[in-house]
Design a protein. Structure first.
Length: 301
């Protein structure tokens, strides 16, 4: 039995942010053969569950970059940021008028002046992303709509009035290259936090113990699976912690070069059903070869 950890954006999701039928079938096939498939994403747990529900998939999950881990309706682990770090980061981002989101156990919190912050960030040396469509850019930069999950705030201090609020992650949209470099340097020097990125136009900040690698270990321990029998599939920098600790690491064809270099295998891109190919070639195919070899040995006897 293997534990297969799969990233969402840029990995399981297509460029249209859909899960193709080929990928759905590959996950179900792996599950039918006794493997555990978990989703490890920077997205909020609620968002992940909605996506899985849409495709009638049932999987353990690690949301907000592995800071919230759930399986079989149970909360297996949560890593939240300290109040001191939250205040320091939020104050800096407000001083810079940076567009950001706060991921917490009570939803995603967004400054009410998000659009004004985005427009300010677009001034100057903006980041160029090859192949980024106008529709994708619009989706990334548009004002998030309020919902049961997404809530606006005027001042981050309002959040501390909420009872039992725990914050797991800051997501910072960075459209200006100089501002991204300056913010990355500042945030990286804060004690007790870790910075990463799930794309060229963002910075993500969590507690130093909150990452996809530790989430993979938690789920492996829950199911009694050795880390040697874990597989991780991802495409970006926030996937590196789980790719490093997994028994077998697979980079997407569209992954960053740094990610590809540290993985044991590279599959097709997310536009070519790379997850389906990885599961078939590196997991199920190896299992079938083992079964065939055992049967051949038994036949010789």
């Amino acid at each position: 039995m293997k534990l297969i950890a799969i990233d969402l954006d840029g990995t399981l999701l297509s460029q249209d942010t859909l899960i193709t039928q080929e990928n759905v079938q590959a996950i179900r096939k792996a599950q039918s053969q006794g493997h555990i498939v978990m989703i490890c994403s920077g997205r909020a747990p609620e968002d992940i569950r909605e996506i899985l529900k849409k495709y009638e998939l049932s999987c353990p999950l690690a949301g907000s970059n592995g800071t919230v881990v759930q399986a079989e309706g149970k909360l297996l682990g949560i890593v939240s940021m300290s109040r001191e770090n939250i205040i320091q980061i939020a104050k800096k981002l407000d001083d810079e008028r940076a567009p950001y989101r706060i991921y917490a156990n009570q939803g995603i919190f967004v400054p009410e002046d998000w659009s004004e912050r985005v427009n300010r960030d677009l001034q100057g040396d903006t980041i160029k992303v090859e192949g980024l469509s106008d529709e994708t850019f619009r989706r990334i930069t548009e004002q998030p709509q309020q919902s049961n999950l997404i809530k606006y705030f005027h001042d981050y201090n309002e959040l501390f009035d909420r009872v039992d609020l725990k914050i797991q992650k800051f997501f910072i949209l960075t459209l200006n290259q100089q501002r991204k470099s300056e913010l990355t340097t500042y945030l990286s020097n804060i004690s007790g936090v870790a910075t990463t990125s799930s794309g060229p136009m963002n910075i993500e900040v969590m507690d130093k113990y909150g990452n996809k690698g530790n989430a993979l270990k938690i789920v492996a321990d829950y199911y009694g699976i050795s880390m040697a029998d874990t597989v991780a599939i991802g495409d970006n920098f926030n996937d590196i912690p789980m790719l490093k600790v997994a028994g077998f690491s697979i980079a997407m064809g569209n992954a960053d070069t740094v990610v590809k270099q540290l993985c044991k295998a590279v599959t097709l891109s997310n536009a070519e059903n790379g997850v389906s190919y990885a599961i078939d070639q590196f997991i199920l195919n190896q299992q079938e070869q083992y079964i065939n070899s055992v049967q051949a040995i038994r036949g010789d006897r």
